[in-house]
Write a protein that binds this ligand. Structure first.
Ligand code: GLU
Length: 267
């Protein structure tokens, strides 16, 4: 397995629960800390693709004082994501600008991964961005995605992006430190640090979901397994912990995480 400090291209997925406070507003301090770490990784020569949730949560809090009582869930998602995605990107733009880093927005749909032309087109777009030093910030286009054809969550989306862009590692940052070998609140429960190829974690996984995101631990693990089977290391860690990304890359032993080790791909 490539040492994290030798990575040259990675994908980082940040969940809604990392980026939003309990009341659903954007946690700018947290965003700023993550941007700071991504800037450090880029300075070390690592290309980064950011997959960021938070649009729906951000739009919801932005419009919280409006009377939206008659809207069904689809209307709400469309409205909130339209408003929230703009706000989210605006924040990223401002924060990355401090480091002289250009960012670009990539909004995608599940269908775009199943049509060869769209797939190639998408890959080309992101390759051109990376070649020109522009940091891609990816999210699902929730304004026009159709409920039955949506990604399960951004973990699924980030897995597809990781494979498409041939990264060495995918970092899934949520509000948990990793996968525990028992209920996390139980005494003596420990984080499983390494998951070797082929090992199943089904027995350990909690089915509860996070407050603002769509995903849960179960999807996270099955995505992690699939992506690791493609030869990409998957790190699950807590995006709210200080310096988590830089620790994972430069000094992993100091951090809490679960790492799905990549299956060796024969050339
Ligand atoms: N695309 C959704 C958003 O930006 C998040 C999906 C998820 O929870 O993973 O709000």
């Amino acid at each position: 397995m490539t040492l994290p400090s030798n990575y040259t291209r990675i994908a980082v997925k940040v969940g809604s629960n990392v980026l939003t406070r309990q009341d659903g507003t954007l946690d700018i301090t947290r965003m700023s800390a993550l941007v700071d770490q991504i800037a450090q990784l880029r300075s070390a020569g690592i290309e980064v693709i950011l997959i960021s949730s938070g649009a729906v949560a951000c739009g919801r809090s932005e419009l919280r004082n409006m009377p939206l009582g008659t809207l069904d869930t689809v209307d709400q998602r469309q409205l909130f994501s339209a408003v929230g995605q703009a706000k989210l990107m605006n924040r990223y733009y401002e924060l990355f600008r401090e480091y002289g880093i250009h960012v670009g927005q990539v909004l995608t749909l599940k269908e775009s991964f199943s049509t060869e032309r769209h797939y190639q087109n998408q890959r080309n777009c992101m390759s051109v961005m990376l070649e020109n030093g522009v940091l891609p910030i990816v999210n699902e286009n929730d304004t026009v995605s159709i409920t039955e054809l949506m990604f399960t969550d951004n973990d699924e989306l980030s897995g597809l992006i990781a494979t498409m862009m041939n990264v060495q590692a995918l970092f899934l940052l949520s509000n948990v430190d990793g996968i525990y070998d028992g209920p996390p609140e139980a005494e003596g429960a420990e984080i499983i640090r390494r998951v070797e190829a082929g090992r199943s974690l089904d027995a350990y996984i909690q089915t509860s979901k996070s407050a603002f995101g769509r995903g849960g631990m179960q999807t996270k693990c099955s995505i992690a397994r699939k992506v690791a089977d493609e030869g990409i290391a998957v790190w699950i860690a807590n995006g709210k912990r200080e310096g988590i990304l830089t620790s994972l890359v430069f000094n992993p032993e100091s951090a809490r995480f679960t790492c799905f080790e990549p299956v060796k791909i024969k050339d």
